[in-house]
Ligand binder design. Sequence first.
Ligand code: KG4
Ligand code: ZN
Length: 344
Amino acid sequence: MRVLGIESSCDETGVAVYDSQAGLLAQALHTQVDLHAVYGGVVPELASRDHIRLLPALISQSLGEAGLAVADLDAIGYTAGPGLAGALLVGASVAEAMAMAAGIPALPVHHLEGHLLSPLLSDDPPAFPFIALLVSGGHTQLMRVSEVGCYELLGETLDDAAGEAFDKTAKILGLDYPGGPRLAALAAHGETGRFRLPRPLLHSGNLDFSFSGLKTAVLKVVSSQDWRAARRADLAADFQQAVVDVLTAKATAALVRTGMRALVVAGGVGANLALRAALDAAAARLGARTYYPAPALCTDNGVMIAFAAAQRLMRGERPRGEATIQVRPRWLLAGLSCPCPSGR
Ligand code: KG4
Ligand code: ZN
């Protein structure tokens, strides 16, 4: 089965062609970082326009690279949510229109399902069931994943997502967009232990998170009298350590609570090296293992969407009813219909 995948939920235009037998045939990715940098963050309308500008060319490029015509495709998968409404509509419109013209199904894909399944594309994929720690710019969730489509929410952030906390704290520290990777790079030059930052909800007894207070704690330090003398890299390192400590403790607790031995880490913050080191060590102490997507697949891309669509299509799933161009800027992953006999 050959599937074209389209990702346009935020500030990356991603396209890929995935073949369920031959694997990944082609991919193309355009990041809008330069476009939004001058504004210090993503401007939704500019994001939509840039997706419109580039999507047709990236699709042609991917099909060309794969040596395929639209008629050779079996289906088109596209991110239908969650994300920016206008940006999602671009991908949805293109996918549904192409699919209708070609007489093939178009499958709406949940963006987080794409992230969550992306480690299955690696050479050493995890086996089901596993725990997934989803850490992106908009979400921080722990899920129990029994199989493709069967996602049980174990805990999530009550306010800011981990990536959002990285981005906002980076701004407070005077770093440019995109803040997360820049803060991580700065933290690598700093030493931890100089600032006493909170570990929100560390001892809450459940698997929920809260990161907005951490950002406020950093703001308090930066607004204090003696800040000028302090090293910015040290504060970045202490902030990163606080996030890493909480994510690691809760992910470990999820493994212990469920008795599972595999932890999949997905989403942009999963690229963070300090987080990876801490999760690897914590999992090893439990006799468990961590799994990550290939580095290029940690942040948004079309490959994960093509792959997730292919997984669902191979299970016999088909779009329901008439083709409609409908996106879901807010969409619960745990609300997807579950294929298990005991499922929803
Ligand atoms: O998954 P993703 O590409 O997009 C969303 O679906 O949100 O994640 C983007 C988030 C941003 O908040 C970004 O700052 C963060 O991931 N991020 C990082 C790193 N690389 C990306 N945060 C911490 N350390 C990194 N190395
Ligand atoms: Zn994402």
